[in-house]
Design a protein around this ligand. Sequence first.
Ligand SMILES: [Zn+2]
Ligand SMILES: [Zn+2]
Length: 142
Amino acid sequence: MAHVKDIAITKGKIYLGGCHCRGVRFCLTGPLRQALICHCRDCFQIAGLSWGSTSVPDDSFELNAQQTLGWYDSSAWAKRGFCRNCGASLFYRLNGISRTSVAIGMLDDANDLVIAGQIFANSHPHWDRLRPHDLPHLDDQF
Ligand SMILES: [Zn+2]
Ligand SMILES: [Zn+2]
């Protein structure tokens, strides 16, 4: 995936984030990798839908709160970090790789992010991939 790059404007910036109940809080130091949206079956079953993440090397990743953090071996080659209290699906780590993928929804401010693309689109159900700008806005009906 040579087209997936670091996002230049995130270099040296600090990004805070965490889960819904705040039992897990983290700090990322940019540059952040461009985000990928994954449609694989594991992501659907664990996150409820496609899972979008950026990633950083271990020396740019710090946990500020982790009292509710659990790790789940989701396959023979990777594990996922989740909150034991609120159920958030926060992290993905390939075994033996010194990087952590971080769900973009967990960032307090994700407006600097760039979505590079998607992976495992063939695993997505036959209804089309989400294209937010094509969908009607139904906020006033809920
Ligand atoms: Zn939580
Ligand atoms: Zn996936």
